[in-house]
Design a protein around this ligand. Structure first.
Ligand code: FAD
Ligand code: SF4
Length: 508
């Protein structure tokens, strides 16, 4: 009897544990494009296209490699509509009663698979450097989980950028060198894109027909959809952008969505690239003298540090994690997040870029869209759904800890030791957005005052009880309390007006 080997849309890796456990001559790989996965949130059309086109090409690659693949396309008439449904249908068709699968990356699907009434043989997803068990052990008994300590363990464990027992260059972290703003005349390199071939074109037509109303522009579509292409995109980044990745990691410029970032998260997250190989290629560039240490260390830290750390948190914290709301924020997500016009140039830029490319870099996500939602007190569940929908790299295990935890502080401080909030000052320092804005970033109150300035102090004021005692926020409260009482009153009242306009759907 054949066994069925489930390969999900974010499991497109040759060395997937379920494939390793299977027998090419006996077993049948099951891959299915299903509505349940395509619409649990209104995904950006480019995200759906990326996953479907990559699945189709991976299936072709497996067949060429000698596997039997039972592949269901989204519009096949007998499509059962969900992963469990497709497994049952294929099990009947092939008279199979055992399913081999690699643990999915989200609680929702883990639960759905556990309920399938067949023999379900689970294999851990070992495409990560840190297993769930290892992370749980590391976390055990610690009062606080801090990425930096975890990261050092990962450096030692992988040997990346190590000189014996010591970190290359003598320091673990070169972030202090990595906070430079970019000048308006800087010319960031463009990431490598790929013209749609026949498979991609078919998928684009399908996505257009079925998901044309979702937020997001479908064309031009330039993402890589095979491992070969993804490796080319990675090499392009290493040659052209990595050398300045560190310097400008936090910088933002009007019309420049990708800056010196890699744009490889979609490929890592669906399995086209392996995290260790990505880091080793970056390390080789450092060793060959082609990229400085601050850039390479910063880049590697994002992958073996942050990426592995947030995955550990997601699984450690359990299925309720995405629904947490420590600050009890309840405002509806303002329509400007879905492209309704706003006078705030920073938000307008980042949302338009998100709509057109399904991409924004970390600081845009954290300090523009995330910062504003947190200051405005938006319900973190709505913020979570937005991020999960609009980015090509959005899968819950990585998106939720970043959004619910790091960005919205809705986990009460598991991921972040203090909330990532700032006034317009930070955006003015790290970008050129404010020069084209209807608001005045220097104005702290009055009709031209930047909304970030007003809402920042209102946030600080309304959450005094929770944050006043936080060592890292004491100075902020001291500043606020030291201000003229009338000014404070006016700022708070103007902030309330701004929130009322947001609630009424009036332009902000
Ligand atoms: P680079 O800046 O070039 O970094 C290289 C790689 O490091 C990335 O490809 C990514 O794999 C990894 N990385 C960097 N930062 C993080 C991080 N904080 N957490 C995990 N991995 C990281 N990342 C996702 O992959 N999927 C998401 O859904 C996602 N949602 C986010 C939501 C919010 C609110 C925030 C603040 C961040 C989110 N991130 C998410 C993290 C980060 O913004 C993206 O990984 C990064 O922007 C991807 O672009 P890049 O490949 O150009 O990254
Ligand atoms: Fe954004 Fe304020 Fe700057 Fe306008 S002035 S771009 S709203 S930070």
């Amino acid at each position: 009897k054949p066994r069925l080997v489930l390969v999900l849309g974010d499991q497109l890796s040759d060395d997937l544990s379920a494939l390793r456990a299977a027998d090419k001559d006996r077993d049948v790989v099951v891959m299915a494009e299903v509505m349940a996965e395509a619409e649990y949130v209104p995904h950006h059309p480019q995200k759906i296209a990326l996953v479907l086109a990559s699945m189709r090409k991976f299936a072709a690659h497996l067949r060429k490699d000698g596997w039997t693949v039972a592949y269901t396309q989204l519009d096949d008439t007998d499509n059962a509509g969900s992963i469990p449904g497709e497994l049952l249908r294929r099990a009947e068709g092939y008279e199979a009663d055992e399913i081999l699968y690699t643990t999915p990356g989200e609680w929702r699907l883990i639960a759905a698979l556990e309920d399938v009434p067949l023999r379900m043989t689970e294999h851990p997803d070992d495409r990560f450097l840190c297993s769930r068990e290892w992370f749980a052990q590391w976390a055990e008994g610690r009062k606080e989980l801090r990425m930096e300590w975890f990261y050092r363990e990962m450096r030692r464990d992988t040997g990346l950028l190590m000189e014996g027992d010591d970190p290359a260059g003598g320091q673990w972290n070169y972030d202090a060198d990595n906070r430079k703003p970019a000048k308006g005349d800087a010319a960031p390199p463009k990431p490598l894109t790929f013209d749609p071939d026949e498979v991609v074109t078919d998928v684009l037509d399908l996505v257009d027909a079925k998901f044309g109303n979702n937020f997001g522009t479908l064309r031009p579509f330039g993402y890589a959809t095979t491992r070969d292409q993804a490796l080319k995109a990675l090499d392009h980044f290493i040659t052209h952008a990595l050398p300045r990745f560190g310097d400008y990691q936090d910088a933002m410029l009007t019309g420049e969505g990708t800056m010196w970032h890699a744009v490889i998260s979609p490929y890592l997250n669906i399995g086209l690239l392996d995290p260790l190989e990505v880091c080793q290629r970056a390390e080789a560039a450092y060793q060959a003298g082609k990229a400085p240490l601050n850039a390479v260390e910063g880049f590697i830290r994002q992958i073996i540090g942050w990426r592995e750390f947030v995955r550990g948190i997601y699984f450690l914290e359990g299925p309720d994690y995405p629904t947490r709301n420590a600050l009890k924020h309840a405002r509806a997500l303002p329509p400007l997040y879905w492209g309704v016009e706003t006078r705030m140039a920073c938000l307008s830029q980042v949302v338009a870029q998100t709509r057109d490319t399904a991409y924004a870099h970390h600081i845009q996500r954290l300090m523009v869209t995330g910062n504003f939602a947190l200051l405005a007190g938006v319900d973190p569940a709505e913020v979570h759904e937005w991020y999960l929908s609009v980015y090509a790299d959005a899968f819950e295990w990585v998106e939720a800890p970043n959004t619910v935890g790091m960005s919205q502080f809705a986990d009460g401080g598991v991921v972040a030791s203090k909330p990532y909030v700032s006034s317009g000052n930070y955006i003015a320092k790290m970008s050129d957005y404010c020069t084209g804005c209807a608001y005045d970033v220097k104005a702290k109150m009055g009709k031209d005052a930047c909304p970030f300035n007003l809402l920042y102090w209102q946030f600080i004021d309304r959450h005094r009880e929770r944050f006043e005692g936080n060592q890292r926020m004491r100075m902020i409260y001291r500043n606020w309390d030291g201000r003229d009482a009338d000014d404070r009153k006016q700022i708070l009242s103007e902030a309330e007006d701004c929130l009322a306009r947001l609630d009424a759907g009036d332009p902000v």
